[in-house]
Ligand binder design. Sequence first.
Ligand SMILES: *[C@@H]1O[C@H](CO)[C@@H](O)[C@H](O)[C@H]1NC(C)=O
Ligand SMILES: *[C@@H]1O[C@H](CO)[C@@H](O)[C@H](O)[C@H]1NC(C)=O
Length: 341
Amino acid sequence: MADDGSFSRSSTICFFLILMLSEVIGIRTGDHVFTRRNLLQLLNDQGLTKFLDLITKAEIQGTFTSTEEMTVFAFNNTAFDILPSERKTAIRKKNREETENFVKFHTVYKERILTENMLDNSRLKSNGLNQNILFVNKKRLQIGVDYDKTEQIFINGARIVKRDIYATNGILQIIDRVLEITSNKMAVPYLDHPDDPRVKGKQFYDLVRHSEARDELKNEAQLTLFVPTDKAMERINKEKLDQQRQNPQALKEIILKHRISNQVIFTSTVEFGTQWTPNSNIPILNKNTYEQVFVTSGDTTAQIVLGNVTVGNGVIHMIDNLLGFTYNNVMEQIIGDPQLS
Ligand SMILES: *[C@@H]1O[C@H](CO)[C@@H](O)[C@H](O)[C@H]1NC(C)=O
Ligand SMILES: *[C@@H]1O[C@H](CO)[C@@H](O)[C@H](O)[C@H]1NC(C)=O
């Protein structure tokens, strides 16, 4: 009898030990990780201290322990560490309300969103102040000669590096980049009034505004738009550009060489090398070994100099050339290009 008693006692202890352990490490079944932890505890377990710091600063810990379900796209510490110092400073300078909005932009309320239910080229409404959009991309990336077995999933260009971690009150997805809040403005008006002062595309905006491409671009539900910087536009032979302006049809054609309809493509999903497509009517992106990203359209290639500016209907990439336009004759090009002269 005494033996039976001690057996059941030790098995009870054993049971609780396993329970406690499973609470800490989670139980892995297939692709999903189940835990008995709430989101705030999970963020701690996963060592996401930089994300947690912002939650603390925003004083919204309660949101992550409440029974109201949500999905959290939390960046890991490396993502924060590799930010350029001016972005770190900008994040640190946010007051409590701004920090709250910033953190909540990384969440979707009242839904447990698993990666298997995320669709390529779809969008989610964040819990940011204006329900700012999160764009989802799903892509099998080519690694060496083999295609990756699992599809990679990107949220506004940030890759989900650890997926579908179950909390009692939601789902945690860990991403490799700190997100920037998607603007509520649509692409074309954004160029006129950019939220990000580094976006200088007024000259291209002027071209669009005076062209027949304007309405077509305005009505795009989703797009990727390549915008030559003002600096790039200033290098253009003015006479030639004015000739184009006189010809609305030609101008429209040039402008439309700068967009990809119905697709929101971030630079992080672009692969190495050129995907050769004969007579392609849409811009083609490729990346070189220095991680620089280029776009080719209308026999012209430009480099993306400021990428992933995310707006209400897609993404803008600032480029260093007007696409589909022969800049200058060769002599003018040599004189105009400091690297060649
Ligand atoms: C964050 O994710 C990246 C990409 O998977 C990884 O290289 C890095 O080590 C991670 N950082 C931490 C602190 O886990
Ligand atoms: C956005 O584009 C820039 C290129 O200007 C690149 O360096 C950066 O890694 C990209 N970020 C994301 C999240 O894709």
